[in-house]
Design a protein around this ligand. Structure first.
Ligand code: APR
Ligand code: PHB
Length: 394
C-alpha cells in the first residue's frame, strides 16, 4: 500500500474508539480510512478491559455488531463489594432496572474489524511514522509509511483515536490544550487464569492487604487483579504467591475459596486520571484514551471511548447531511460532561477500595464507613448502580 488516498474522515487507531467511529460513519454513508500502528493479531488479542455498560451493549446490537456478544457475553445484574470478610451485593437491576455485559475488549475489536472488512472498509495495519498535518486548515492530511512506502491520506477531518500514547494529542500545538492529571501511588497486577470464576458476578474487595478484583472472560476463564506497587517487578510474583495473595484478599468469614488454575497471562497496569481539554483542535478531533484516561476501578475506559465516538459520528452526520458545524463545535463540551462524571466515579471507586500506604488508620476507617453507607443506604447504592451501568447518552 503506498501513495495518495482521499477520504472524508481519516481515523488514526484501530481500538474500540477508531473502529466504532468507522462503523458508525459507514452506517451514515460517510467514507473513512483507518490506520493502525500494530498488527491485526495484536489488536485482537491484547488483554484489556471487559465490562460494557448497558448503553454500550445496546449500541453494538442496534448497529449490527452485537450478535456474538449476545451469544457469548455474560449479562450481570449486580456486583459484590467485599469488606471486613463479608460480601454485600449491589443489585443493579433492582436499583436501576439496568445491567452490564462482561465481554472482553478484544472481542469487541474482533467483531468491529470483521464487520468493517465484510463491507470492504479499509484498515491499514502496521503503519509507521504517522503524523497529523494541516488540521488548522480545511485540507488536513495524515502522512505515514505502510510496508516501508510513504503514504498520505487527504481528508476533511482527522479523528485521533490512537490511545494515550498516540501521536495525535502531542501534535496539537503547545498551549492549545489544558491537561488535568492525577497519578495514583499504586497499580494493578492482573492475571488471566484458566479457572472457572468462583462467583457469577464481579467481586470488588477492600482488604487491609490491598484491593483485589475478581472478574472473568468466559465461564472457564477468570480475570483477577491485585493492588500492587506502580514499579512492581513481576519476577517477584511466581504463580503460587499470586494465588496465595488473592485467596487472602478475597477471604470471608465463610468458606469462600477462589478456583485456581494455570495462569495464562500476567501484567502490571499503572493507574491515572487524565483529561486533555478541549478534545478538538481545528479539524482534529480526539476520542477515547487519546483524550482521557480513568483508573480502571469503575470499568469506564472502553465505555467512554464508545460514548465519545457516538457524539462524533452524530456531529459528522450533521455536517455532511445538513451542512451544520454546530455539533462539531459542541463535540468537546458534550463529551467532557460525561468524561468528568466518569472521572469522578472512577476516582471515587478507586479511593473507596484501595489501601493508602503509610496511613494512620483514618483512611481505612473512612473507607469502611463509606462502604457501609453504600451497602446499606438504597440512595447511595442507587448512585453507584446508575454510574456503573452507565448514565443515559446525551
Ligand atoms: N498510528 C496509528 N495507530 C496508533 C498510533 C499511531 N501513531 N499510536 C497508537 N495507535 C493505536 C494503538 O495501537 C491502538 O490500537 O491506536 C489504538 C488505540 O486504541 P486503545 O488504546 O484501545 O484506545 P481507545 O480506542 O480509545 O479505547 C479505549 O482502551 O486502553 C483501553 O482502557 C482503555 O478500554 C479503554 C479503551
Ligand atoms: C475486567 O474484567 O478486566 C475488569 C472488570 C472491572 C473493572 C476493571 C476491569 O473495574
Amino acid at each position: 500500500m503506498s501513495g495518495a488516498i482521499r477520504t472524508q474522515v481519516g481515523i488514526v487507531g484501530a481500538g474500540p474508539a477508531g473502529l466504532m467511529l468507522a462503523h458508525l460513519l459507514h452506517l451514515e454513508g460517510i467514507a473513512t480510512v483507518v490506520i493502525e500502528a500494530r498488527s491485526r493479531e495484536h489488536v485482537e488479542t491484547r488483554v484489556r478491559a471487559g465490562v460494557l455498560e448497558q448503553g454500550t451493549a445496546e449500541l453494538l446490537v442496534e448497529t449490527g455488531v452485537g450478535e456474538r456478544m449476545q451469544r457469548q457475553g455474560m449479562v450481570h445484574r449486580g456486583i459484590e463489594l467485599r469488606f471486613n470478610g463479608q460480601g454485600h451485593r449491589i443489585d443493579f437491576h433492582d436499583l436501576t432496572g439496568r445491567s452490564i455485559t462482561v465481554y472482553g475488549q478484544p472481542e469487541v475489536v474482533k467483531d468491529l474489524i470483521q464487520a468493517r472488512l465484510s463491507y470492504g472498509g479499509e484498515i491499514i495495519f502496521e503503519v509507521e511514522n504517522v503524523a497529523a498535518r494541516d488540521f488548522d486548515s480545511a485540507q488536513p492530511r495524515i502522512v505515514f509509511q505502510a510496508g516501508g512506502e510513504p503514504c498520505e491520506i487527504a481528508c476533511d477531518f482527522i479523528a485521533g483515536c490512537d490511545g494515550f500514547h498516540g501521536i495525535c494529542r502531542p501534535s496539537i500545538p503547545e498551549g492549545a490544550l489544558t491537561i488535568y492529571e492525577r497519578l495514583y501511588p499504586f497499580a494493578w497486577l492482573g492475571i488471566l487464569a484458566e479457572a472457572p470464576p468462583a462467583s457469577e458476578e464481579l467481586i470488588y474487595a477492600n482488604h487491609e492487604r490491598g484491593f483485589a478484583l475478581m472478574s472473568m472472560r468466559t465461564p472457564a476463564i477468570s480475570r483477577l487483579y491485585l493492588q500492587c506497587q506502580p514499579d512492581e517487578d513481576l519476577a517477584n510474583w511466581p504463580d503460587r504467591r499470586i494465588w496465595d495473595e488473592m485467596q487472602m484478599r478475597f477471604q470471608t468469614s465463610g468458606s469462600f475459596c477462589l478456583t485456581e488454575g494455570p495462569i495464562l497471562q500476567k501484567g502490571v497496569t499503572g493507574m491515572r486520571s487524565f483529561v486533555a481539554e478541549p478534545m478538538q483542535c481545528g479539524r482534529l478531533f480526539l476520542a477515547g484514551d487519546a483524550a482521557h484516561i480513568v483508573p480502571p476501578t469503575g470499568a469506564k475506559g472502553m465505555n467512554l471511548a464508545i460514548a465519545d465516538v457516538r457524539v462524533l459520528a452524530r456531529a459528522f452526520r450533521a455536517f455532511y447531511g445538513a451542512g451544520s458545524e454546530d455539533e462539531l463545535h459542541r463535540y468537546s463540551a458534550t463529551c467532557l460532561r460525561r468524561v468528568w462524571r466518569a472521572q469522578h466515579f472512577s476516582w471515587w471507586m478507586t479511593s473507596m477500595l484501595h489501601r493508602a500506604e503509610g496511613g494512620d488508620g483514618f483512611d481505612y476507617r473512612r473507607q469502611i464507613a463509606e462502604l457501609e453507607n453504600v451497602t446499606t443506604s438504597r440512595a447511595a447504592a442507587t448512585n453507584l448502580a446508575e454510574n456503573y451501568t452507565g448514565l443515559p447518552f446525551d
